[in-house]
Design a protein. Structure first.
Length: 350
C-alpha cells in the first residue's frame, strides 16, 4: 500500500492511521525504502521545498522530501554548497533519505561528513507527536540532540519532516590529480603518507588496484601552486582540469552501474587488503580509505557477511547488514519514540 504526504499534518495522520510504515523519498536506495510485508510505503516526495535560507548565516532549512539537486541549485546561486557532498544527487536523492541512510560523498574528506553539517530536525515519532531536535543556527546547544540520532537511523525513530544544515562557500577553482602506482601495496603506502600530510585535499580516493585521485579546491592561484607541490611530491600524474562532471559521476556512484547489488562498507586503510581479497565488483575507496562503495553479486554479499564485515546494502538485496546487534541505548530510544513499532527496525547481522 502507498500513502503520500505533502504536509506535516498528513504525515501525522498517516502515522496514526497505519500500524507499520516505511518512509520513502526519491527511491534511489530501494534496498532501504522498499516496504516489507505488512508495511505501507509513506511517500514523501511531495513534502518538498526550501523553507528558510540565509546565505549570510550559512544556514538552510528545507522539507525532508526536497531533492538534493534543488537545494544545490539554490546554494550555487550564492556561491555555497553542502561540503559533505551527498551521494546520488543526479539520481533524485532527497535530504531526508540522505540523512536516514547516513550517506556522504567523496568531498567529505576535507570538512567531514553529514553528521557534522546537520543542525536540526523536526520529525513525527511513532505516537504521532511532532518532535524537534537541534536548531536552525550554527551555535546551538539546546535540547536533546535528536538530529544526530537520525543520521543513519533508516527511519527507525520517526518520519523526518524538516531539516536544517550549515553550508560552506563553494571553492572558486578545483583541480584533480590522478596518479598510478605499480601495485596495491605501493598505492596504500602512498595513501597513508598523503593522509598524514597537511594538504587540505577536498578528496582523496583509491581506485583499485593502484590509482589515487586527489582533488584540490580554493582560489585559482592557490590551487595551481598546491597542484604543483603535489606533482613534485607524487610525480606528474594526470591533471583533470575540468573535473566537475567527473566528480558528479563519482558522487552518483556511476562506477557501480551494471552491478546487481550496491553496498557501502566502512573501511580503514589497513582493512583494504582484506577487502580486496573478496569477490566484489567495481569499487572505490573514498575519504582516504575510510569508506568503500562497491558493486557485488550474491556471492560477494555472502563473502562480506561470512567475513563479519559490516555493510549497508543500498540496492539489489532486501536485508542490509549492520556491525552489531542494536544495544540498550538504541532499544531505549526506540521504545521512547516508537513504542508500538510503527517504523522499521534497523536490522542486525545474521
Amino acid at each position: 500500500m502507498r500513502v503520500s504526504a505533502r504536509t506535516l499534518a498528513e504525515v501525522v495522520e498517516a502515522v496514526r492511521a497505519y500500524p507499520r510504515l516505511r518512509p520513502k523519498g526519491g527511491g534511489t536506495k530501494p534496498a532501504l525504502s522498499t516496504p516489507r510485508e505488512g508495511e505501507a510505503s509513506l511517500e514523501l516526495m511531495g513534502l518538498s521545498g526550501i523553507l528558510e535560507y540565509h546565505p549570510e548565516e550559512f544556514v538552510l532549512t528545507a522539507l525532508a522530501g526536497t531533492p538534493i539537486a534543488e537545494v544545490e541549485e539554490a546554494l550555487k546561486a550564492h556561491g555555497q554548497y553542502l561540503p559533505f557532498h551527498p551521494p546520488l544527487k543526479g539520481r533524485g536523492a532527497t535530504l531526508g533519505g540522505t540523512v536516514a541512510a547516513g550517506l556522504s560523498g567523496p568531498l567529505r574528506h576535507r570538512y567531514g561528513g553529514l553528521r557534522d553539517f546537520l543542525l536540526g530536525v523536526r520529525f513525527v515519532d511513532g505516537e504521532g507527536r511532532v518532535v524537534r531536535g537541534g536548531g536552525k543556527v550554527v551555535k546551538n546547544a539546546a535540547g536533546f540532540p535528536f538530529h544526530r540520532l537520525m543520521v543513519g537511523s533508516l527511519g527507525a525513530f520517526g518520519v523526518m519532516v524538516e531539516l536544517s544544515f550549515k553550508v560552506f562557500p563553494r571553492p572558486r577553482t578545483t583541480r584533480t590529480l590522478r596518479v598510478r602506482r605499480e601495485n596495491l601495496e605501493e598505492a596504500l603506502a602512498e595513501l597513508e603518507r598523503l593522509r598524514l600530510l597537511p594538504l587540505d585535499l577536498l578528496a582523496l580516493d583509491l581506485v583499485p588496484p593502484a590509482t589515487l585521485e586527489l582533488r584540490l579546491g580554493g582560489f585559482e592561484r592557490s590551487v595551481e601552486a598546491r597542484l604543483k607541490r603535489l606533482q613534485d611530491l607524487l610525480g606528474e600524474g594526470e591533471v583533470l582540469a575540468e573535473d566537475g562532471a567527473y566528480w558528479e559521476g563519482v558522487r552518483d556512484l556511476g562506477f557501480l552501474e551494471g552491478s546487481p547489488i550496491w553496498v557501502k562498507v566502512p573501511a580503514k586503510p589497513h582493512l583494504i587488503p582484506e577487502l580486496e581479497g573478496l569477490p566484489l565488483g567495481p569499487r572505490r575507496y573514498l575519504d582516504g580509505g575510510e569508506v568503500l562503495y562497491a558493486g557485488a553479486t550474491e556471492e560477494g554479499l555472502k563473502a562480506l557477511r561470512e567475513a563479519g564485515l559490516p555493510h549497508l546494502v543500498l540496492r539489489g538485496a532486501e536485508t542490509p547488514l549492520f556491525p552489531e546487534p542494536q544495544g540498550a541505548f538504541f532499544a531505549g530510544v526506540k521504545k521512547a519514540l516508537d513504542p508500538r513499532g510503527h517504523f522499521p527496525e534497523r536490522p542486525s547481522p545474521g
